[in-house]
Structure formats: structure tokens, C-alpha cells
Design a protein around this ligand. Structure first.
Ligand code: ADP
Length: 202
């Protein structure tokens, strides 16, 4: 990188000569730096520095991944579902966040593990109490869309200190108003998985 920065454009043979190596030995290194976007190569001209820092290359890659490609299936319950059934659903489906929906899957609320724990400690009859009473309700729900970048959605999760976001699609209801249909779930696990996958690809 230093040689190309100082002497570019420079051919592969010239770089090899400066390093006292053969061109063949350098081939893979140059290919990796070019694929990573740190170097650019022009036929008959040679290699030159793309001007991008390694961090910028990583940031560009991260921002190019869309929520659509990392989301999970949402686990939803209705507002009338009891707190007891919500706890059972969390265990069976192995998730930490449930989305509360009405009609054809329209977003109404979110229930987290601690919402349920708090209610249980409060001495309520959890078989009778509906989740609609304890959930965080619209319009106070943070959500994402399939078209948003996974990076920007992850920033919402970190900034607002929540574990998951419903992935929604805007839909026009029969009365002409706008609703949010829940079509996915983006959790901290999805982001951690993406992080691992991106690291493996390098
Ligand atoms: P936990 O409470 O189990 O640590 P969270 O940090 O996700 O899980 O939830 C904290 C609070 O924020 C809870 O009261 C929950 O209902 C609410 N919450 C969770 N996800 C969202 C979201 N996407 N939008 C708005 N509020 C949320």
C-alpha cells in the first residue's frame, strides 16, 4: 500500500522489484487489495491508490447490506393473548421479543422479556391479563423496513436500547388510512450473525 501510495500508478512487476519478490508471489495480495477497494488497477497503467481508507471500505460494505437480506420470521400475538400465553410463546418460538398485531398483521405493539417479567412480579393473574395492557404501543414503536440498510437499523437498536425491531411494509387500509404490516423481525442476533458472516467472507 505504501509503495502504491508513494509511487502509483505502478505496475505489478515494478512493485515486485521494489520488494525483491516475484510478480507471481504478489499476485494474491494485489488481488485482495483490489477486491477490497483499497487499490485500483488499470490495464497498461498499473495500480494506484483508490483514496479509500480500510474503514471506509468496511463502512461502505456494511451500509450496502439491506435489512431484507438479514431479517427473521416475526413471532406475533394478538392484543387479547394472555401474559401467560405470551411467555409460553416466547419459550416455544425461542425469541425475546413478540410483536402484537391486529387484523391482517398490522403492528400494534411490542412485548419484551422484561415487560413480561415485570408483570409477573407485580402479582397479576397472568392467565387473565391480556398483553394489550402491558405492551409498548404504537405510535411509540421503532421499526425498520426491508429497504433500510442493516447498519442504519442496527443504529436504531443501539441508540434506543431495544433488542429488536419489527420489519414492516406500509399498507393502505380500507378506510384510506395507513397501517404497518409486520413482515419480519430484526434482532441483535441478526446483526451479530451479519457481523460474523462479513468477517468470514474477508
Ligand atoms: P428487555 O426489556 O427484555 O431488556 P428491550 O430492551 O427490547 O428488552 O425492551 C425494553 C423496553 O422497550 C420494553 O418496555 C419494550 O416493550 C420496549 N421495546 C422493545 N422493542 C421496541 C421497539 N422496537 N420499539 C419501541 N419499544 C420497544
Amino acid at each position: 500500500m505504501e509503495i502504491v501510495k508513494n509511487s502509483g500508478p505502478i505496475t505489478g512487476d515494478q512493485i515486485a522489484e521494489k520488494l525483491s519478490l516475484t510478480r507471481a508471489t504478489l499476485r494474491h495480495d494485489l488481488a485482495i487489495l483490489t477486491m477490497a477497494g483499497l487499490l485500483e488497477a488499470r490495464p497498461r497503467v498499473g495500480y494506484f491508490h483508490s483514496g479509500k481508507s480500510p474503514y471506509r471500505v468496511v463502512a461502505e460494505k456494511l451500509r450496502s447490506v439491506l435489512v431484507d437480506s438479514v431479517l427473521s420470521i416475526p413471532v406475533v400475538v394478538s392484543e387479547n393473548c394472555s401474559v401467560y400465553d405470551a411467555v409460553v410463546t416466547m419459550f416455544i418460538k425461542d425469541v425475546g421479543t413478540l410483536f402484537v398485531v391486529k387484523d391482517v398483521g398490522l403492528l400494534e405493539g411490542v412485548i419484551s422479556r422484561k415487560d413480561l417479567l415485570k408483570t409477573t412480579l407485580g402479582g397479576h393473574d397472568i392467565h387473565q391479563l391480556p398483553v394489550g395492557v402491558i405492551m409498548t404501543r404504537m405510535p411509540n414503536i421503532l421499526y425498520t423496513t426491508p429497504e433500510e440498510s442493516a447498519w442504519s437499523a442496527a443504529k436504531k437498536i443501539i441508540t434506543h436500547e431495544v433488542d429488536a425491531l419489527p420489519v414492516v411494509r406500509k399498507t393502505i387500509l380500507s378506510d384510506g388510512s395507513e397501517g404497518l404490516e409486520v413482515i419480519g423481525r430484526l434482532s441483535k442476533t441478526n446483526i451479530a450473525r451479519l457481523f460474523v458472516e462479513l468477517g468470514e467472507r474477508c
